[in-house]
Design a protein. Structure first.
Length: 259
């Protein structure tokens, strides 16, 4: 069977006056090397997509992190300039893709902004500038151009016993690289909290009653997928779920024995 294909919603970036459809290389690299799948970049448009036509052609959905935040209008709040930057085309692409993929049982892995989109798509809300909330840590990315330092594994999260995530990376304390200033506020009714930071910030979720693999993490397993065991296990589990979905969608014919 050919390698399965995973949809990756793009971001909109403006570079030297040109508008680019883009995604960070660390995600597509992890999809190839960690999950063993072929990434397929889905362009971000504010309208015009047929989401079923897209999902008909893929076997999984990987929703990446981004510099931008989900627009507060998606959970009924007015946006301020401090809440940005925004990417309305990304919102209009990722949110419907997430909902339809879950309805169809297509495996889903959501990372950082992707976790936040998963929560909003299912009816939850987000909090901005969480480092300003009393008692919260500063989860923001360090101010450095050295990406190995910026994405360094430095923070503990507590994975719940008996959770979906515990079956993949183990329960208890796991050290991760969580980098964000927006986080889940009200958890969507269909989401189960799988891991928490020591300050109570939600760091991982799964979809209750999902037809297939459906996990979101606030940290960045894609960056160290080649060397960090929990990161590797998460992408491997996603890849296995994608292959199982692809095999069920395209069953191989049974060969008749000679004779």
């Amino acid at each position: 069977m050919p390698k399965p294909v995973v949809a990756v919603p793009a971001d909109i970036r403006e570079i030297e006056g040109n508008v680019w459809q883009a995604t960070p290389n660390q995600y597509v690299r992890a999809a190839v090397k960690g999950a063993g799948v072929i990434p397929f970049l889905v362009p971000a448009f504010e309208s015009g997509h047929d989401f079923d036509e897209i999902l008909d052609r893929v076997d999984g959905l990987l929703v990446t992190g981004s510099r931008t935040n989900v627009h507060p209008s998606h959970w009924g709040q007015e946006a301020t300039e401090a809440d940005g930057p925004f990417d309305l085309a990304r919102d209009a692409t990722s949110l419907p893709l997430i909902k339809r993929a879950l309805e169809r049982g297509i495996p889903l892995l959501a990372i950082c902004r992707g976790l936040q989109e998963l929560n909003v798509a299912l009816g939850g809300t987000l909090a901005n500038e969480i480092q300003e909330i009393p008692g919260n840590w500063d989860h923001r990315k360090p101010d450095t151009t050295d990406l190995d330092v910026a994405y360094g594994i430095r923070q503990d999260v507590i994975v719940k016993e008996g959770s979906c995530l515990a079956s993949i990376i183990g329960a208890g304390t796991v050290r991760v690289n969580s980098l964000h200033r927006q986080a889940i506020s009200a958890t969507a009714p269909r989401l189960a909290v799988e891991a928490l930071a020591e300050d109570g910030t939600i760091e991982a979720v799964s979809v209750i009653g999902a037809k297939g693999f459906a996990v979101g993490v606030q940290w960045h397993p894609e960056y160290w997928v080649g060397s960090d065991e929990p990161s590797n296990r998460l992408f491997k589990a996603f890849g296995e779920a994608v292959r199982d979905y692809a095999a069920a969608k395209h069953p191989q014919p049974v060969r008749q024995a000679a004779g």
